[in-house]
Design a protein around this ligand. Structure first.
Ligand code: C2E
Ligand code: CA
Ligand code: CA
Ligand code: CA
Length: 281
């Protein structure tokens, strides 16, 4: 039923609570957002701890909806996943991330690796690998596929471990890097971890946040780093906000860090001004 109040028109859905109504509004806006190009990617620097320099960036999607204003990915990504809209959105993210990698490459910043988040729904699409190949070719990254890294959460990988192993293997065969995101929160067993063709474990922000105040968080971080090293995997600690965390992670042998201490996610122009200016090597 359609309810008109003054000059605003809304659809009254009986039985839907406020949260469900909100989800519906976001879903409708998401459909239009893809056509209207309302999404942008922001970039957060990744710092190599041994060299103490920026070696890459994570692409994080941002949405400023014409109707709903700015929305956090924590709000709209789960809805995009539920509705399947993550597939076209994720395709756009991959395309734009590749285009940016090539632009920065052309501007003289060789080897800057862009990491793009890929959700379970996307990874398990039967044509995901064809899509990645087409995007690599169209963007010009195909000549240097190592410029692109794919981040998949540990829990997404564990949904279907055999398919994950097969898809990751082919991504690596194509020359891409593969990172396990939010590591430590997804219950993977050591037996599977050993078989997973990944390059890097991204230690979840929750452990890094507590590592200097909570003994068990510190132990978890130390254990992940030691285990990764023995399996031949690199480690990256997420959510680093303090110098003391940088020093502790460095002492534990963590390879890379990312977090507000070094830089927040920023639009490409701001990122380039801060991180790429005068750095044309
Ligand atoms: P994530 O992949 O774990 O990304 C890291 C999140 O931590 C980002 O939040 C980032 O802004 C935030 N962060 C980085 N450093 C710090 C820090 O020092 N302190 C704190 N408190 N937070 C920090 P953001 O951008 O809001 O993204 C949230 C999540 O949304 C991401 O978590 C990821 O799961 C998802 N997401 C973002 N972009 C995409 C995308 O393009 N595709 C997919 N599938 N998911 C995405
Ligand atoms: Ca990520
Ligand atoms: Ca993460
Ligand atoms: Ca996360």
């Amino acid at each position: 039923p359609r309810v008109e109040v003054g000059n605003t028109v809304s659809f009254f859905a009986p039985g839907l609570d406020a949260a469900a109504q909100e989800r519906r509004r976001i879903t409708q806006a998401l459909h239009r957002a893809i056509e209207r190009g309302e999404f942008a990617l922001h970039y957060q620097p990744v710092i190599d701890l041994a060299a103490r320099r920026m070696t890459g960036a994570e692409a994080l999607v941002r949405w400023h909806s014409a109707e709903l204003g700015p929305l956090s990915p924590a709000t709209f990504i789960p809805i995009a996943e539920e509705t399947g809209l993550i597939v076209p959105l994720g395709r756009w993210v991959l395309e734009e991330g590749c285009r940016q990698a090539v632009r920065w490459q052309a501007q003289g910043r060789a080897g800057l690796r862009i990491a793009v988040n890929v959700s379970a729904k996307q990874l398990y699409q039967p044509d995901f690998l064809d899509e990645v190949n087409a995007i690599l070719d169209a963007s010009g990254v195909s000549g240097e596929p190592s410029l692109l890294a794919i981040e998949v959460t540990e829990s997404a990988l564990m949904e279907d471990i055999e398919t994950s192993i097969a898809v990751l293997q082919r991504l690596k065969g194509r020359g891409l890097s593969v990172y396990v995101d939010d590591f430590g929160t997804g219950y993977s067993s050591l037996a599977y971890l050993k078989r997973l063709p990944a390059d890097k474990l991204k230690i979840d922000i929750s452990f890094v946040r507590g590592m200097l105040s909570d003994r068990s968080d510190y132990t978890i971080v130390a254990t992940i780093i030691a285990m990764a090293r023995s399996l031949g995997l690199k480690t990256l600690a997420e959510g680093v906000e303090e110098a003391a965390q940088v020093e502790a992670l460095s002492a534990l042998g963590c390879d890379e860090v990312q977090g507000y201490y070094f830089g927040r996610p920023e639009p490409p122009d701001a990122f380039a001004r801060k991180w790429l200016a005068g750095n044309a090597s």
